[in-house]
Design a protein around this ligand. Structure first.
Ligand SMILES: CC(C)(COP(=O)(O)OP(=O)(O)OC[C@H]1O[C@@H](n2cnc3c(N)ncnc32)[C@H](O)[C@@H]1OP(=O)(O)O)[C@@H](O)C(=O)NCCC(=O)NCCS
Length: 208
């Protein structure tokens, strides 16, 4: 991401066409102890993390230092992390990120966790990604956003397709979920595909 100092003054990001979701950068919430406890509870809900199939995330009883590392990681110039604010409930329900920025092709990797599981099943991943991608393409001016998920993570697979991501390739039998190996699907969307699907969508930045 072409780092510009104004980025560290963003208080929140929304889109006029996306009613329910606002994204709040990690750095604005660094000092909230209650949020750190909540975030840790999301990352210790192993059942909810199964389909991410990341050995790093599946360790049990993660300590608070895990959260400190996440805050460090998602507040660097090549990694932008956000808490997802579900506006109808005024509640932070999870996290979403643009990570591993690659300056060679101006791309980054997305990722999402709805940690408050009662808010799953409402299609909020699509709304969250609409805000994230409008910021990625209009504000950060990225060329491509890459994503990936386990082939049996049907809500995520569906979300990628609904947003207009293309399936680029499939790695066979690499995701270990409850003792069985599944394929990992790699997706991608570029700025022109997003613009043709969502020409009206623009991010609204509130600055601190
Ligand atoms: C993956 C995740 C972000 C999806 O969130 P969500 O928005 O609540 O997803 P939903 O359950 O609303 O499903 C999204 C879409 O997939 C569809 N879908 C859900 N389960 C499905 C299934 N078993 N088969 C086919 N389609 C399915 C839904 O119908 C919905 O489409 P619609 O809006 O057209 O109805 C959320 O489940 C989560 O945070 N999981 C834990 C972490 C994770 O796996 N993150 C992704 C890592 S790559």
């Amino acid at each position: 991401m072409k780092y510009d100092s104004f980025l560290s003054h963003i208080a929140s990001i929304s889109c006029s066409e996306v009613e329910d979701i606002e994204l709040i950068p990690f750095y604005t919430l660094q000092n909230s102890k209650d949020l750190r406890v909540t975030y840790l509870s999301w990352l210790n809900n192993i059942d909810n993390l199964q389909l991410i199939a990341s050995p790093h995330l599946l360790s049990l009883d993660k300590p608070m230092s895990f959260i400190d590392e996440s805050f460090n990681r998602f507040t660097t110039p090549n990694s932008f992390g956000f808490f997802i604010n579900y506006l109808p409930a005024s509640s932070l329900i999870g996290t979403v990120k643009l990570d591993n920025y690659d300056f060679r092709d101006n791309s980054a990797w997305d990722g999402i966790l709805i940690g408050e599981t009662k808010y799953q099943g409402l299609g909020l991943s699509k709304q969250t990604y609409l805000v994230l991608l409008s910021f990625a393409f209009h504000t950060l001016k990225l060329e491509t956003v890459n994503g990936g998920c386990c082939s049996i993570n049907y809500p995520m697979v569906n979300t990628f397709y609904k947003l207009g991501y293309k399936l680029l390739h499939v790695k066979k039998a690499v995701d270990l979920v409850k003792g069985k190996y599944y394929d990992h699907n790699y997706f991608s969307i570029d700025s022109s595909a997003f613009a043709s699907n969502y020409s009206q969508l623009r991010p609204v930045l509130k600055m601190s």
